[in-house]
Write a protein that binds this ligand. Structure first.
Ligand code: UTP
Length: 234
């Protein structure tokens, strides 16, 4: 079986102003339908700025982190439903809420869309958990940056894109970047410790690339070619 998991960052599905990104969604769904040579495709949607908008409001209202996370999860599931609708009969009609639901959905041979599954983690972790569960050896992360940088590219103009990272190198990078904000609802950034643990133990290869240029994604998906970004592997 050749299986793949794709995580689509919420920042691609919704703009910073929380408007639905029509152009991205229609082009992404069109490319997905052009088909790739996989037995099982699972797409995990993030919650994006809409999730963070809810979470910020609730946190300011004194609501605990677990409840904030659960709202983020709902937004990611709503985004998944939107993509299900756009993919029409190519997609399984329900959003699995856990791995048990997923095991049932897998019986139908359709593209499966998922969002979050439990508080305390990101949809990136979901992508890795799902990849492990279906024996997918590859995960593609489409996000709003080119990949992983050696420094924060928003703060440092000299930040360089890292093309290849081993699990150990990623671990060191995560230790360096660690701060308490990274483990708050809405703030599990591009890669986290849970995700690293899973890819390391199951030797999953992860490719992170920008979803802003869908021609690159098409090259990967339809033409099976190498694309720019960061590859994390053993
Ligand atoms: P993400 O933060 O993973 O979505 O999920 P995103 O915005 O697409 O992520 P990036 O930054 O572009 O990669 C939205 C929120 O939903 C909650 C978390 O609070 C998370 O920040 N969540 C998601 C969970 O609590 N559990 C999950 O399994 C998934």
């Amino acid at each position: 079986m050749k299986n793949i998991v794709i995580k689509v960052g919420g920042s691609l599905l919704l703009t910073k102003q929380n408007k639905i990104n029509h152009a991205f969604i229609s082009q992404f769904c069109k490319i997905i339908k052009e088909g790739a040579d996989y037995d099982q495709i699972i797409i995990i949607c993030g919650g994006g700025s809409l999730a963070r908008e809810y979470i910020t409001f609730l946190r300011e209202s004194g609501i605990n982190e677990a409840l904030c996370d659960s709202i983020g999860i709902e937004v990611s599931r709503l985004n998944s439903k939107m993509i299900i609708a756009c993919l029409k009969d190519r997609a399984y009609p329900l959003v699995p809420k856990n791995l048990e639901d997923l095991s049932l959905a897998l019986q139908f041979g359709k593209i499966i869309l998922m969002g979050g599954i439990q508080p305390g983690q990101s949809t990136t972790s979901v992508a890795m958990e799902v990849a492990e569960y279906i024996d997918a050896h590859k995960v593609l992360i489409l996000t709003d940056v080119q990949g992983i940088y050696d420094k924060d590219p928003d703060k440092d103009p000299n930040a360089k894109l890292i093309q290849n990272l081993t699990y150990d190198e990623l671990h060191k990078l995560l230790l360096k970047a660690q701060s308490s904000i990274q483990s708050a609802a809405g703030e599990y950034r591009i890669f986290d410790r849970v995700s690293l643990q899973i890819i390391r133990r199951s030797q999953i290869k992860v490719l992170i690339t920008s979803g802003y240029n869908l021609d690159e994604f098409r090259k990967f998906w339809v033409e099976n070619k190498k694309i720019s970004g960061t590859t994390i592997s053993i």
